[in-house]
Design a binder for this molecule. Sequence first.
Ligand SMILES: Cc1ncc(COP(=O)(O)O)c(C=O)c1O
Length: 381
Amino acid sequence: MYTAQELTYERARARRSYKWRKFDPDVLPSHVADMDFDPAPEILAEMQGFLDRGDLGYNFFLIPEMFQAYADWQTAHHGWTPDVGRMRSFTSVLHAVEMSIWISTNPGDGVVLFTPSYHPFFDSITGGGRRIVEVPLDPNGWRIDPDRLEAAIDSTTKVILFCQPNNPTGRIFDDDELNAVAAVAERHDLIVISDEIWGDFVHEGPHRPLALADERFAGRLVTMGSASKSFNLAGLHCAVAHIGDRRVEDKLAQLPPRGLGMSTPLSFAAAITAWTRCGEWMKGIAEEVTARRDRVATRLAAEAPSVGFDAPEATYLAWLDFSRTPIADDPAGHLLERARLGIDPGISFGTQSQSFGRLNFATTEQFVDDAIDRIVSLVGD
Ligand SMILES: Cc1ncc(COP(=O)(O)O)c(C=O)c1O
């Protein structure tokens, strides 16, 4: 078994994932939110067990087991005990987000989106003919402006799509902000979809699940979780949604029984193993990733101070501001062409983010240093 510190370019490039196959071999890929660390040995052994037993038949027993594992993990780590009876499984968090929006709105209805936003959310809303009600975060600290939120809402606005902790800024919205959102949601009777996939990856915590933040969220909340970010299992495609909102629950009940599709027994088993046996592994990885975050901050401050970087409170994503550098017009394009570094272009997170880029630092120290070297080679001071 390789540890992260031993990961070599040769081994990484042998992977067939989108992360390692998107770009030419001389490009260092620092885009997309997969970690470079191998999943926990317990999870790999569990997967291997299925293969060794030739155990690839139907297995529906694992779904309730996974719901219980999710509930126990949430209780132990975040102090929230979701109701197992209100859980549904989806093939991914985006699947859960899109279905929740789709079934609870009509074409033309508005969905509030705070920007910059995790990029797939844009077409999660517009792809089904729904309308984005954009509410920009205050770029000075990426806070929610309650007045701006209130002003954006009209009678066709039905949903707030929330991301806590936030991708790409790495913020954990605080109690004042959450109370303000809860007040608006109650006043306009909005459904709140809370994507909490990053809830475990907190550097300066705690994570604040919306379910605990304000009682006005009760009865209007759908919370999504997954083991995919914390345990590096995105390719297994599995997520849990806790359906607190009766309207969403009723609409889901009207779908044909197999209309939502299903993850695989291996996916369920991986999530169960993660949430029941891999807490220590995750703690170790999170500490390592926090060290990487601090290294990005220290090196950029020393060697490329014109690059703006607010160290994220959560996530393993650096939201870099290149507006004071010569590559502000298209940072990701310049870094790719001239420094052979692949990051996510800021523009895809919102039109105001043209001069930003998102860098994934969940990797070895060597790869992080290589990424920073490539940034410094273009915009070092
Ligand atoms: C905020 C957020 N939501 C959802 C996802 C995707 O999750 P899934 O693969 O389960 O759809 C990601 C992936 O990075 C994410 O950052």
